[in-house]
Design a protein around this ligand. Structure first.
Ligand SMILES: CC(=O)N[C@H]1[C@@H](OP(=O)(O)O)O[C@H](CO)[C@@H](O)[C@@H]1O
Length: 454
């Protein structure tokens, strides 16, 4: 109750006139889901005025979408979710400029469903997606195990093709969802001779979205009408965490975008993002979304109407329509692999880009992540969006001294919020250097905080 009261106060939610609270419940495909659902229902029924609504088996982002839709008094079933996504996807495809070299884009997309609910939902959803050829592997139907050599986390951290993918897929555009379908990464298999992949991570998804949105904003701000409503300067902001590859941040800044950093965890990214008209946030691991302010969406609607009524500025009208479609296609409540995937697909078609062209936007700096078990991870206190350690004393200086030995070196440590470990991140100009820096910093962590240190 305390947490709820705190949240209601912080978000300034008026409870006056509210007769009952609806609590939407969803579960995934694991057998434990049924008993957890029952327990949640019983808990909710003991709260006066609270009603549980069972939305069935859904992905995490679908459930968030449903809550947001319900709060906006929009229809919120799974079918409504699929219909909104597929119609806005279709709208973006219909608005593709006739000059786009669609033939450059390989038709087929192959998706790793991580043996969980996202793969299953995509199986159902793809029947509504004309204009897209999707093959789904690891959909969960064939009894594969969650997160065992599959899924976005495995692909991003290990940089290996997931189970079921390999030399037969060389050059194809592939995507990987995570277990609850709130993360998405893309990859391609560059050659038959090795297991390595060319990873297109959350940072590059963010970059693709940013380029597309910026293109539409530029079109909208072109001279056309003298009406004052057209002179709105939308603030496009980008939010990353310290795990964003340094090359991506350089690239985004060169595009002229404002890039801000928050600690790891979507609650921080989402909150920070709320300060802009259009805000794109992504973690390198593929969790992210775009949020549009209500005032910007109202302006876009007006701009769209204005362009159509005076029948001029068709390009501006299309740009407004594209942005409106993006606002409906992307799940503004939270990172959503299914909605993100459709937006990526629509933008690649719009640009006429293959996955290789997309990947070449910039070259990732080689990086390495490690985790170290320590006596007490809460002994590490960080500052500056987790890029520096203020406690224990002395460790940051030691990390700095180590990092300074490597060209383009960058390294930081932070206590994980989900595992009992300290995470180490390092990047440098070569993979060997990044590995060596990560190992040195891991040794420092062990020295300062490990079991031998106490
Ligand atoms: C390096 C990394 O991938 N960290 C993940 C992981 O958090 P940690 O606090 O690092 O354990 O799980 C979080 C929740 O899924 C996700 O938001 C975050 O990005």
């Amino acid at each position: 109750m305390e947490l709820i009261t705190e949240f209601v106060e912080k978000e300034n939610i008026s409870l006056e006139g509210v007769r009952r609270a609806e609590i939407l419940l969803g579960r995934d495909t694991r057998p434990s889901g049924e008993s957890l659902l029952e327990a949640a229902k019983q808990g909710i029924s003991s709260i006066l005025g609270a009603v549980a609504i069972d939305m069935g088996i859904v992905t995490t982002p679908q459930l968030h979408w449903m809550v947001r839709a319900r709060n906006k008094a929009i229809k919120a079933s799974e079918l409504d979710y699929f219909e909104q996504l597929s119609s806005s996807f279709r709208c973006l495809i219909d608005l593709i400029p006739s000059g786009s070299k669609i033939s450059d884009v390989d038709e087929k997309l192959v998706v790793d469903g991580a043996n969980r609910v996202g793969g299953e939902k995509l199986e159902v959803f793809r029947k509504m997606l004309d204009g897209m050829v999707v093959e789904i592997r690891n959909s969960g139907k064939d009894g594969g195990v969650l997160n065992e050599g599959v899924g976005a986390d495995y692909v991003q951290k290990e940089k290996f093709a997931p189970s079921g993918f390999g030399s037969q897929d060389v050059g194809l555009r592939c995507a990987s969802l995570d277990g609850d379908a709130d993360r998405l990464v893309y990859f391609s298999v560059p050659s038959k001779s090795c297991n390595n992949i060319d990873l297109v991570d959350g940072d590059k998804i963010l970059s693709l979205f940013a380029i597309f949105i910026k293109e539409q904003l530029n079109t909208l701000s072109m001279q056309g009408t003298k009406n004052t409503s057209s002179s709105y300067h939308a603030r496009l902001g980008v939010v990353q965490t310290a795990y964003a590859n340094g090359a991506s941040t350089d690239y985004l800044k060169k595009l002229g975008l404002e890039v801000v950093f928050t600690p790891t965890g979507v609650k921080y990214l989402h909150e920070k993002a709320a300060e802009y008209d259009i805000r794109i946030y992504f973690e390198a691991n593929g969790h992210g979304t775009i949020i549009f302010s209500e005032s910007f969406l109202c302006w876009l609607e007006a701009r769209y109407q204005e362009c159509s009524s005076v029948s001029k500025g068709p390009e501006q009208q299309k740009a407004a329509l594209r942005l409106l479609a993006v606002s409906k296609l992307i799940n503004q409540a939270v990172g959503d692999a299914l909605s993100g995937l459709l937006l990526v697909e629509a933008i690649l078609q719009h640009m006429g880009w293959s996955i290789q062209r997309w990947s070449e936007l910039y070259k990732d700096l080689p990086s390495r992540q490690l985790k170290v078990k320590v006596v007490d991870r809460t002994a590490v206190i960080t500052a500056n969006a987790e890029t520096m350690v203020v406690r224990p004393l002395g460790i940051q200086e030691a990390i700095n001294a180590e990092t300074a030995k490597y060209p383009r070196g960058r390294s930081f440590i932070r206590p994980s919020g989900t595992e009992d470990v300290i995470r180490v991140y390092a990047e440098a100009s070569t993979q060997e250097a990044a590995d060596s820096l990560a190992n040195s910093v891991a040794r420092l962590v062990d020295q300062f905080l490990g079991f031998g240190s106490s």
